[in-house]
Design a binder for this molecule. Structure first.
Ligand SMILES: Nc1nc2c(ncn2[C@@H]2O[C@H](COP(=O)(O)OP(=O)(O)OP(=O)(O)O)[C@@H](O)[C@H]2O)c(=O)[nH]1
Length: 333
């Protein structure tokens, strides 16, 4: 049965999009925004490229409900799911079941904003109920230039932003060639340093959206051969064995190992599991969690890879314990 369409809100609700390439720092920044007291009444939609969503678990300090849109990229495979999710949120809002005053969508790292905005503009109810406020694109100052050169998705994300949010500026300054590239792709976007800006001012308060409607396009252009795989571990590994497995993968396939994130328990460390992140060649320090974020206590990682078979994951983790891993394919762009 089709649920009835909710009433259009008295005033359209601000809707902002936070995008940026895989591992550029979207979830980290969103955690900072949502930690602001003024943002407790924000509905959050998270889209991930993979059937096992982790971001909603890794998002710190979230009291509000987070709606997950996993298993595909929001600009293509799950565009209808986005429309359905927005309808669902607006229905809850109309009934007073969920109190929020604005909506933020964190896209997958491979999404392009334009088809997302098209989804809104192509639906009269959504167009009347929501006001697109700001499109913010996270740009990793360390990897940004190389990423823009290799991935058309990153170019589309930078080109459609109202604001370019520079991340990882604690690791490196904004290089002149990256600045020039961003200026060329999007001369009117505001450049913001994520570290030096009050997070409360970045996602909302942008006024009217800058991109003219005619530029919204229904289709996304993806680099081929990108797929996400989940690797679950049947037993906890030692930290050394784990680091060696990831090291083997990075050494052999670093260029095409685009993103690794996961929640992993270790045999030689008591207490909670760790949040694990790697972005292309860069491994980040594990973040130790006090406890598992949900009832599932399986160590699990998502690998987003280009033109690589899942067998390489099993091979890398199997040294010394051939049956340790199990992989599941999730999605292909
Ligand atoms: N040093 C430093 N590390 C950062 C910064 N922002 C993010 N990171 C790290 O970069 C890694 C990826 O950050 P996330 O916030 O998960 O990136 P994301 O864009 O949400 O990733 P996907 O959802 O997979 O596309 C994590 O290990 C973060 O701790 C930053 O400004 N400085």
């Amino acid at each position: 049965m089709i649920a009835p369409r909710p009433p259009i809100p008295d005033a359209p609700l601000p809707f902002s999009v936070l995008t940026g390439f895989l591992g550029s720092g979207k979830t980290s920044f969103l955690s900072r925004v949502l930690a602001q007291p003024d943002f407790s009444d924000t509905a959050v939609i998270i889209n991930e490229f993979g059937a096992v969503g982790l971001d909603h678990l890794l998002l710190d300090a979230v009291d509000q409900d987070v709606v997950e849109l996993p298993n595909g990229c929001v600009c293509c495979a799950v565009r209808q799911d986005l429309a359905d999710t927005l309808y669902m949120l607006l229905r809850r809002h109309a009934r007073g079941d969920q109190r929020f005053r604005r909506i933020v969508l964190e896209t997958s790292g491979l999404a392009e904003p334009s088809p997302i905005l098209y989804t809104l503009s192509a639906d009269a109810f959504l167009e009347a109920s929501l006001r697109v406020d700001t499109v913010v694109t996270a740009i990793d100052v360390v990897l940004g230039l190389a990423t823009l050169a290799r991935f058309p998705e990153a170019v589309a994300q930078a080109a459609s932003a109202d604001r370019l949010l520079l991340t990882k500026t604690d690791l490196a300054p904004l290089a002149e060639d990256l600045r020039a590239q961003l200026d060329a792709l999007n001369p009117t976007a505001t450049l913001i340093d994520a570290r030096e800006t009050d997070p409360a001012t970045v996602l909302f308060g942008g006024g009217v959206i800058r991109i003219p409607r005619a530029r919204f396009s229904a289709t996304a252009v993806h680099a081929h051969g990108i797929a996400a795989f989940t690797l679950t571990l049947r037993r906890p590994m030692t930290r050394l064995a784990f680091a060696m497995a990831l090291g083997r993968l990075a050494q052999a396939h670093g260029e095409d190992l685009l993103r690794v994130k996961g929640i992993v328990e270790f045999a030689d460390r008591a207490g909670g599991p760790a949040a694990i992140h790697a972005v292309q060649h860069t491994m980040y320090e594990p973040r130790w969690l006090d406890d598992w974020p949900d009832a599932d206590r399986t160590s699990r990682m998502v690998f987003i890879m280009r033109n690589l078979a899942p067998a390489i994951l099993l091979d890398a983790f199997a040294a010394g314990d051939p049956a340790i891993g199990e992989t599941l394919q999730q999605g292909v762009a």
